[in-house]
Design a protein around this ligand. Structure first.
Ligand SMILES: [Zn+2]
Length: 296
């Protein structure tokens, strides 16, 4: 198993456009506001370019051929060509043109972000050499399933934004992590691994249909986005049981307590997962059994 950390100017520029266009609930207004402050007032054609980008992002959403997947999956040199391969020709043209219009504003942001970006990548790579992290990763392969390669795209948040983000919406074997500061590289890796478990879970083809007892307990306040569906919430809860603040982080790094979000799930659900993890026998089969039992 291999985790490859990548970053890039075009990837980061796409990330700016993603947030500035506010096309989806995972594009944050706070980030957009912060970027706008640094870029200065946008010209009319730049605002129009953002509107076009928003339209195209909404049209393809998190499809495997969507711009996000193209930017994060491919190397910097082949992004434009792959946009043409993946999007309708007119959409690819408009998307590339719109990014060009915004380029000089993005360069303003990149002046300070490029240094942080390379620092973050260096620290992330260091964390991956840590023996404890290596054994944590091998547990993921036992519990979920072995995987060959994960590409982790490291993106930079504005300095004042202290949250660590991550997404696995761009398909199997790839995830993004977003952070503002290299001091939190270990947490960043844990978020990346949490995102990886989303990919592995989806590979099984499971979608969580929430059973009634679980549904009742989920009615209590769960601190996730309001836009998440119930089944997305359950998947999130289930995976947070392991990472980034959950059982595996505690077991291997012994410094992080269970996420408070997990309190919303019933204890019996937790106990059942714990037993399976500790027994370490044909665990993937066991995991499937648990999924089936806890979802209908
Ligand atoms: Zn998640």
């Amino acid at each position: 198993m291999k985790l490859k950390i990548v970053s890039g100017k075009k990837k980061q520029f796409f990330f700016y456009a993603y947030h500035l266009s506010l096309w989806h609930y995972s594009a944050y207004k706070e980030i957009s506001d912060s970027l706008r402050k640094k870029m200065g007032i946008l010209l009319k054609q730049e605002e129009l370019a953002l509107r076009e980008i928003r339209k195209i992002l909404k049209k393809y959403s998190f499809d495997n051929s969507a711009p996000a997947s193209v930017y994060y999956r491919h190397d910097e040199k082949s992004i434009e060509q792959n946009l043409f391969n993946s999007l309708e020709t007119s959409d690819a043209k408009i998307f590339i043109e719109s990014m060009k219009i915004l380029n000089s504003k993005f360069e303003i942001l990149w002046k300070t972000d490029s240094r942080r970006s390379s620092e973050i990548v260096t620290y992330l790579k260091q964390v991956l050499k840590d023996e404890k992290v290596i054994s944590l990763i091998s547990d993921i392969e036992i519990i979920f399933s072995p995987f060959k390669k994960l590409q982790v795209v490291a993106l930079v948040y504005p300095e004042e934004f202290k949250h660590i983000g991550g997404s696995a919406n761009t398909g199997l074997g790839i995830c993004t992590i977003e952070l503002s500061d290299s001091n939190r590289a270990q947490e960043g890796i844990l978020v990346a691994l949490h995102e990886l478990t989303h990919s592995l879970l989806r590979e099984y083809g499971y979608s969580f249909e929430v059973r009634k007892p679980l549904r009742n307990s989920l009615k209590r306040k769960v601190p996730f986005s309001k836009e998440m569906t119930k089944s997305e919430t359950l998947e999130e809860l289930f995976l947070r049981f392991f990472l980034p603040d959950g059982y595996l982080a505690k077991k291997h790094l012994n410094q992080i307590t269970l996420d408070s979000a997990l309190e919303a799930a019933p204890q019996s659900f937790h106990n059942e997962i714990l037993n399976v993890v500790d027994e370490k026998k044909t665990i993937s089969q066991e995991l499937i059994r648990i999924f089936k039992k806890n979802s209908t």
